[in-house]
Design a binder for this molecule. Structure first.
Ligand SMILES: [Zn+2]
Ligand SMILES: [Zn+2]
Length: 325
């Protein structure tokens, strides 16, 4: 059975430019009531080597990852069984490396694609040409604070939607890009990932991302399903076009101690198909709604809107798509 678990998908330690020891990072993640963390230091796996030799240091499951940090973009690589050298990757040759990563069972996600690049943050802006977007497993659609009006996150969300409209199957994640504990608490969304029997491991998280079983939320947890005939389809699944029945459950009781102080309140659920809002429903508290849908080929996702951080009509959460053949 698939269960969704809360993860932080982008983090650093003092093995690259973070301030955390691996122990401190795991402790901070535990305090956020996360079920796991992807540790993605810049161009090094040495924190993972440390955690292997000091298993008592990781108090929560740690997903093996690295942030490919190049002059032309940053890319999160999870679960690769051997490391692929990034140093010769040029703006036009990335596909070759993406295939190599896939050949060693790694999954790849584009990190903060619209963050300002050089000279402020060398290579932070995504400048690689991807010729075959089927080679990209996920996009970090929300980076750092969320929900946010930051233009770079809006651009990343739009980029993801454009690629879905072009027919690519790409999951969405959020990433705190966690380097240190700031003096003031920063709110950031969590990525919920659907893993078999609730088991969080490098392998299970990679499998779930490949299957598209992710959603991002700054507040309540989400369950989005579609029934057609005798079958029920979940996030990441594919079904045939036509008339079907949708179901969404929004539950604000999970991890509320973590996000409750940020004025987050869901007021509306939207169902978005191929980039257009096809249904909008008011929402409050624990929400359980069933509704009719007529789906055309493409994709459909759920989005939550409401109050956050003193603003209204903010996008608070969104699922990766259910695909329609
Ligand atoms: Zn980065
Ligand atoms: Zn980073």
């Amino acid at each position: 059975m698939i269960q969704y678990k809360a993860l932080e998908m982008h983090s650093h330690t003092l093995h690259s430019d973070g301030n955390f020891t691996p122990e401190e990072l795991c402790r901070a993640a535990k305090q956020l009531q996360l079920d796991g963390i992807a540790l993605t230091d810049h161009n090094t796996l040495s924190a993972h080597a440390y955690l292997i030799s000091h298993p008592e240091a990781s108090r929560i499951p740690v997903v093996t990852g690295i942030e490919w940090t190049t002059f032309f973009g940053h890319m999160l690589v999870l679960g690769a069984e051997s490391s692929i050298d990034w140093r010769d990757a040029m703006p036009d040759t990335l596909d070759h490396y993406l295939k190599e990563i896939r050949a060693v069972n790694g999954v790849t996600g584009i990190a903060h694609p619209f963050e300002i690049g050089s000279p402020l943050c060398t290579g932070c802006h995504w400048d690689f040409a991807v010729h075959d977007w089927n080679l990209i497993d996920y996009i970090e659609v929300w980076s750092k604070a969320a929900p946010t009006t930051q233009f770079d996150n809006i651009q990343a969300f739009d980029m993801w939607t454009r690629l879905l409209n072009q027919g690519y199957k790409i999951a969405a994640t959020a990433g705190r890009d966690w380097h240190w504990e700031g003096p003031t608490r920063l709110h950031s969304a969590a990525t919920y990932i659907g893993v078999e029997n609730g088991e969080v491991s490098t392998r299970s998280i990679c499998d779930a991302i490949r299957a598209g079983r992710t959603y991002v939320t700054a507040g309540p947890v989400i369950d989005f399903q579609i029934s057609s005939g005798q079958q029920t389809y979940a996030i990441g699944d594919s079904l045939h076009s036509g008339s079907c029945r949708g179901r969404i459950i929004v539950d604000p009781t999970v991890r509320q101690e973590i996000w409750g102080d940020f004025g987050i309140k869901v007021r509306e659920v939207r169902i978005v198909a191929n980039g257009d809002v096809v249904l909008s429903m008011p929402a409050e508290g624990t929400q359980e709604s069933d509704f009719d849908l007529k789906l055309r080929p493409g994709w459909v996702r759920a989005e939550l809107y409401g109050d956050a951080l003193g603003e209204t009509e903010k996008r608070i959460g969104f699922t990766s798509p259910i695909y329609v053949e």
